[in-house]
Design a protein around this ligand. Structure first.
Ligand SMILES: [Zn+2]
Ligand SMILES: [Zn+2]
Length: 302
């Protein structure tokens, strides 16, 4: 699984940073999480194809998370997309998208399925299973846990050979669930390896519903608008500090933490990274176009 940060700035873009948009890719499938202004151009500048986006998951309707949505939807249509697109967001997303598309006379030549969620639902797009959860941002808002498909279990090659399995091709058949002569996959292949789970907070204060939803995920992408010195600002505006995000990650037992949605007041984002690592060493701070690969060996910045 790969995670590409297309925009990592809070509230307004800067010369260096676009507003919120994150792409998660597994095999040929991509889901976008939030779609701030300029996201489609960031996608075009990236190695990810915007035509492979199966779903766009919106966390809430603040402009820095949705101003890119109508433009991207229209461009997909002008690029002759025929596949359906899932757009998922909290209450209000359907009316907002209708309004944006109708006043701009945007028409799509492909089906756009808009689903309003509040947490607890399960949706599917491509190889991904999508689980929204409620967050605390002062307006209807959700975070998301996305999981890609389970992978085949490990094959016990020694046992397979003892049962007369000779070639790599036969091993491969067993691994994908096909019997070979009288050898059944269950005889030599272990249980499927669960898909990777990535959680994205959107904008939120730390909250119990988040702790519950993100427990044990492989990667937590969390907003960290402020440093700890601005904690009263974070509380007042329903945001999270880097220190709080790291505390959430530690408490939830996640594998890795990546901070995003950083206020432009921080020219040097190392301040936030140091703060997070003091609590949770497996922390990173995202930058625009930052690409991370999640494999069985862990998370690696590409
Ligand atoms: Zn925001
Ligand atoms: Zn917001």
């Amino acid at each position: 699984m790969e995670i590409l940060f297309l925009g990592t700035s809070a509230a307004v873009p800067s010369k260096q940073h676009a507003t919120s948009c994150i792409a998660v890719r597994s095999g040929p499938d991509i889901v976008l999480m939030d779609c701030g202004e300029g996201s489609q151009r960031q996608l075009m500048l990236s190695p990810f194809s915007f035509m492979k986006v199966r779903a766009i998951l919106i966390t809430h309707l603040h402009g820095d998370h949705v101003f890119g949505l109508p433009g991207l939807i229209q461009t997909m249509s002008l690029s002759n997309r025929t596949e359906p697109l899932l757009v998922c967001g909290p209450r209000g997303i359907s009316a907002a998208l209708d309004a944006m598309m109708s006043v701009t006379e945007g028409e799509t030549q492909y089906p756009v399925d808009v689903v309003e969620v509040s947490g607890g639902e399960t949706l599917r797009a491509g190889c991904f299973t999508i689980s929204p959860y409620p967050t605390d941002h002062g307006i209807p808002s959700v975070g998301y846990v996305v999981r890609d498909a389970d992978r085949p279990g490990r094959i016990d090659a020694e046992k397979a050979r003892a049962l007369g399995i000779r070639s790599g091709k036969e091993m491969g058949m067993l691994k994908v669930g096909q019997p070979v002569r009288d050898v059944m996959p269950g005889d030599v292949v272990g249980p499927p390896v669960p898909g990777y789970r990535v959680a994205y907070s959107g904008d939120t204060r730390p909250c119990a519903s988040e702790d519950e939803a993100i427990a044990g995920v492989d990667v937590l992408i969390h907003e960290a608008t402020y440093s700890d010195s601005e904690s009263s600002n974070a509380e007042e505006h329903y945001h999270t500090t880097a220190l709080q995000a790291a505390t959430v990650a530690k408490r939830a037992g996640v594998g890795h933490l990546i901070l995003t949605h950083i206020s432009n007041r921080y020219d040097d984002r190392a301040v936030l990274l140091d703060e997070a690592r003091s609590v949770f060493p497996e922390s990173y701070v995202a930058d625009d176009m930052g690409l991370y690969e999640l494999t069985s060996k862990g998370l690696r910045q590409a």
